[in-house]
Ligand binder design. Structure first.
Ligand SMILES: [Zn+2]
Length: 226
């Protein structure tokens, strides 16, 4: 009994190598933030700045659980090199989305046709449901099956070709072209909540791996017990 209690606590992340890759940082700007009225006073001008801040907040949260967290950014080649060197047990690439229709909002998670990445995406998605930004319809998407959005695929599928460590999940945390998503993503309160719940999702992923007979961390119908 004692052992079970041990593993369900924060120690489940202790010493784990987790690699965070904030999208576009040191490489491109990503989506530009056009609705400056919403972001007035925050200093955010583009997606890369936001991805970096969220990655840092998440890294701090994971460090509190004694995870061995590294951040890297830049070109795909650089990310490939770093991931090969570090051999992380989890790799997350962080992005915010944009679209021409300002009503489109919500988060989605992408993986590349392997079971551990799918399980990780599901575990994180369950936890993110506790937040104000809703899941998109079909929020867990497989790169080779669900990616038919032209430009999007050209820009992002390079991640899965270059970075070979798995599980690997690309998170699109919300839409910078939607006012409500933008307001939330640029608030420090929401960033802290995101970090808390992504961390919780990662914990669920590892805990589910320890339960040989269960699918914990599984479907979107579950709720996150925070
Ligand atoms: Zn992006």
């Amino acid at each position: 009994m004692k052992r079970k209690q041990f593993w369900t606590d924060s120690d489940i992340l202790a010493g784990r190598h987790i690699l965070l890759m904030p999208g576009h940082v040191n490489h491109t700007t990503g989506a530009l933030i056009l609705d400056t009225e919403v972001t007035k006073g925050t200093g955010y001008g583009c997606e890369a700045e936001l991805n970096l801040d969220i990655a840092v907040v998440l890294a701090k949260r994971l460090w509190q659980h004694d995870a061995d967290v590294r951040l890297t950014s830049g070109s795909w080649r650089r990310k490939k090199l770093i991931s090969e060197r570090l051999r992380p047990v989890i790799t997350l690439e962080l992005h915010c989305n944009s679209f021409r229709d300002p009503d489109v909002r919500g988060f989605e998670l992408w993986y590349d046709n392997d079971e551990p990445s799918k399980r990780l995406a599901e575990a994180i998605a369950v936890c993110l449901q506790a937040l104000e930004i809703p899941p998109r319809k079909n929020p867990i998407r497989r790169m080779d099956a669900d990616s038919n959005e032209g430009d999007w695929r050209d820009k992002h599928d390079a991640l899965f070709e270059y970075v070979k460590t798995r599980p690997l999940v690309l998170l699109e945390l919300g839409f910078l072209t939607n006012r409500e998503d933008l307001r939330l993503l640029t608030s420090s309160r929401y960033q802290l909540s995101l970090a808390f719940l992504i961390t919780w999702g990662i914990k669920r992923f590892f805990l589910s791996g320890r339960k040989s007979d269960s699918g914990a961390g599984g479907g979107m119908n579950e709720t996150c017990d925070v």
